[in-house]
Design a protein around this ligand. Structure first.
Ligand code: PLP
Length: 388
């Protein structure tokens, strides 16, 4: 008998990943598919970062590494966030993790007790409910509406916060899957709810460099929030390093100490040569980050242009992240039906909104992860298909 903590993790209630799996199967059979499904860059890690990794490995940094992370890297991460957010951050506030997902898991395991209620906003990044279940918590979704750009309202936040045993609130900005950036007013409501109901705020900011309109504000910078906010960061998207598994957590020092103890018993940290490469990448400053974000900025503009010209599908106003959320409710089809039919008839794979919870039913998420020409053709085809 296996533990339900793990076997019940992914009770999605629907086959939200069916389209993705079918697209992959078609590709394996040699059928060309335009895949606009998952958030994997079509660009690779910069050669200079790979050179730094290679040099570090050859210099012998292949043994066990320091668990909270090597100090120069923690310092570089702390400096970066202090510059970006204005929140004074020291080495003691930083833990280096093997990617954002491991950080999400560690942050929840460290703050939740079995049976606690863990709140998260719907639509959500697919691993969220499973991560919360694996921590033996009760996931509580906060519903949103397309009409409100999928931002949680103060009323919905407070209702969820009144759930008995509520302990944590998980948010994500810039947002996957919606492509929005939470405005200050929404973040102030979130902060107020956390303070009023004594909740930890877990703020997933892995898309912090993908900001196309307006600025990303970290809720850790709001009054009284630094002591109750745990920020999740990652170099997967900012530096096209998805496979290197490198990310971080910012939290008060006592939380970092607890997380560090947990890391000793789980991941035992991040390989030294990856940490050295990360240090190299971060000391290149924001120019490299902007260069990596640039294709997504351009493609988002192209995509919005095509969608506006065609006028057959709606789009949720987007400000950041490498995704767009399309509204296909006028077609009368569910996201699932639309995506399945689009895949069968035109070999274009998109994610149904239903894969990300109930709030985004009748929507599609597209990842801007193919080159400009393919993206244009795919979107024009999608719009014509919606019309028909
Ligand atoms: N959080 C969000 C919102 C994501 O979209 C992703 C990956 O797509 C992650 C966390 C995990 O990223 P990683 O574990 O690669 O750092």
């Amino acid at each position: 008998q296996l533990s339900p903590r793990v076997t019940d993790m992914n009770d999605q209630g629907s086959d939200g990943w069916e389209v993705f799996a079918r697209a992959r199967a078609m590709v394996e059979q040699g059928i060309p598919v335009t895949e606009l499904t998952i958030g994997e860059h079509d660009i690779r890690t910069a050669p200079a970062i790979l050179d730094a990794m290679h040099a570090a490995a050859h210099a012998g940094h292949t043994g066990y590494a320091t668990v909270p992370g090597i100090t120069p890297l923690r310092q570089a991460i702390a400096t970066r966030v202090t510059q970006r957010t204005g929140v004074p951050t020291k080495v003691e506030n930083v833990l280096v993790t093997p990617g954002g997902q491991a950080a999400l898991f560690a942050a929840h395991l460290t703050t939740l007790q079995p049976g606690d209620a863990a709140l998260y906003v719907d639509p959500y990044y697919v691993t969220y409910p499973g991560t919360l279940r694996a921590c033996s918590a009760r996931p509580v979704a906060i519903p949103t509406t397309a009409e409100n750009s999928f931002f949680p309202t103060k009323g919905a936040l407070d209702t969820a916060a009144q759930t008995p045993g509520a302990k944590t609130l998980l948010i994500n900005t810039p947002n996957n899957p919606t492509g929005t950036i939470y405005p200050r007013a929404v973040l102030e409501n979130i902060a107020q709810t956390c303070r009023d109901h004594d909740l930890w705020l877990i703020s997933d900011e892995v898309y912090d460099t993908q900001t196309w309109e307006g600025d990303h504000l970290s809720p850790r910078a709001l009054p009284g929030m630094a002591e109750r906010t745990i920020v999740i960061g990652s170099m997967s998207k900012s530096h096209a390093m998805t496979g290197s598994r490198i990310g971080w957590i910012f939290a008060p020092p006592h939380v970092i100490e607890a997380l560090s103890d947990l890391a000793v018993s789980t991941t035992y940290g991040v390989p030294g040569y990856i940490q050295d490469a990360a240090l190299y990448a971060l000391t290149q400053g924001p120019d490299l980050e902007q260069e990596i974000a640039e294709p997504f900025r351009r493609r988002r503009a192209l995509a919005l242009d095509v969608l506006a010209r065609q006028g057959t599908v709606g789009v949720i106003p987007s400000q950041g992240a490498m995704y767009l959320m399309l509204d296909i409710r006028k077609t009368g089809l569910s996201g699932q039906d639309f995506a399945n039919r689009l895949l069968d008839s035109h070999h274009i794979a998109v994610m149904p909104g239903e894969s990300f919870g109930i709030s985004a039913a009748g929507h599609l998420r597209i990842a801007l992860t193919v080159n400009d020409d393919r993206l244009l053709v795919a979107l024009e085809t999608l719009c014509t298909f919606a019309q028909s």
